[in-house]
Design a protein around this ligand. Structure first.
Ligand code: PEP
Length: 259
C-alpha cells in the first residue's frame, strides 16, 4: 500500500554546520538553482543560530524553512531550549524531531519525542519524526521490533488529524553519515512496514497519505533508485545538503520522477 500521491519532499539537515555568513552563502547558491523546483517540496533545516539569516535569503522563493529540534513548552525557565512559537516566528514550517543523533547524544526518548511532536503540531509546525534501527539491531533481525516500538511510542495519544499533519523519516542509524545506504528494496520494505503500523493504529486513509522520507547517506548518485520506490516519498539529507550542487541534483532527480 503506497502513498496515494507521488509528490516528493527533499529536506536538508545541515546539522551543526555553518556560521551566519556561510549559511547565507549556501542558501544563496541554493536559491540560484531553485528554478528547477516545481512539483517537489524542498526544505532547509539549518541550525537555530542561522534560521533568521536563511529565512531572509529564501523569503519569496519556493524553499521552506525547518529547524532541527524543538522543546515542548512555549516559554519559561528552560535555559538553552527553543520553543515552537519561537520557530514559527522566525519562519519555520517544519521541525526535525527525534533524530538519532539527538537520541544518541542528548538522551531523547520516544516519550520526549512524543511531547515535542504534540507541541510542534499545536503551534502549526510540521514535525519530521525520525525513527531507525542500529546496525546491531538490524544484524540481530530486530528491525521491525525496533521500528514498531518507536512508531507506537512517538505516536502515542496522537489523533488521526495529528498523524495526517506529520512526516516520518526512516533513517537507519548505520546509514547516517557513513556512506552506507540501505538497498532501495530494504528501505522500501521498512517504509511499507511503517505504513502498515499506521494502518493498524489509525486507518488505511491516514496510512496512504503519510509522507515517509528515507535518510542515510542519500546523495546525487543514489537518490534516483531510492526515490523511485513506491513507499519512499522523499529524502532527509545530511552531508550532501551542504553541497549546493548535490542537493540541487537530488531535487532535480525528484522532479524527474514526479513530472
Ligand atoms: C541525517 O542527518 O539525517 C542524515 C541522513 O545524514 P547523512 O545524509 O549525512 O547520512
Amino acid at each position: 500500500m503506497a502513498k496515494l500521491d507521488r509528490s516528493l519532499l527533499i529536506a536538508g539537515n545541515w546539522k551543526m554546520n555553518k556560521t551566519v555568513n556561510e549559511a547565507k552563502e549556501l542558501a544563496e547558491e541554493l536559491v540560484k538553482g531553485s528554478n528547477i523546483i516545481r512539483a517537489s517540496t524542498a526544505v532547509l533545516c539549518p541550525p537555530f543560530t542561522v534560521l533568521g539569516a536563511v529565512a531572509s535569503v529564501i523569503e519569496s522563493t519556493v524553499y521552506r524553512l525547518g529547524a532541527q529540534n524543538v522543546f515542548w513548552e512555549d516559554s519559561g525557565a528552560f535555559t538553552g531550549e527553543v520553543s515552537p512559537p519561537m520557530l514559527r516566528a522566525v519562519g519555520c514550517q517544519y521541525v526535525i524531531v527525534g533524530h538519532s543523533e539527538r537520541r544518541q547524544y542528548f538522551g531523547e526518548t520516544d516519550a520526549s519525542v512524543n511531547r515535542k511532536i504534540k507541541a510542534a503540531l499545536h503551534s502549526g509546525l510540521t514535525p519530521i519524526v525520525c525513527v531507525g534501527e542500529t546496525l546491531q539491531e538490524r544484524e540481530d533481525g530486530k528491525t521491525h521490533d525496533v521500528i514498531k516500538k518507536q512508531i507506537n511510542g512517538v505516536l502515542e495519544g496522537l489523533t488521526d488529524e495529528a498523524v495526517r499533519s506529520l512526516i516520518v523519516a526512516y533513517e537507519p542509524v548505520w546509514a547516517i553519515g557513513t556512506g552506507m545506504t540501505a538497498e532501495p528494496e530494504d528501505a522500501d520494505e521498512v517504509h511499507a512496514y511503517i505504513r502498515e503500523l499506521v494502518n493498524i493504529a489509525y486507518s488505511p486513509d491516514v496510512s496512504q497519505n503519510l509522507t515517509i522520507l528515507y535518510g542515510g547517506s542519500v546523495n546525487e548518485s543514489n537518490a534516483e533508485t531510492l526515490l523511485y520506490m513506491n513507499n519512499i516519498d522523499g529524502a532527509l539529507i545530511g552531508g550532501a545538503s551542504l553541497k549546493p550542487e548535490s542537493f540541487l541534483q537530488v531535487i532535480s532527480t525528484a522532479e524527474s520522477i514526479v513530472a
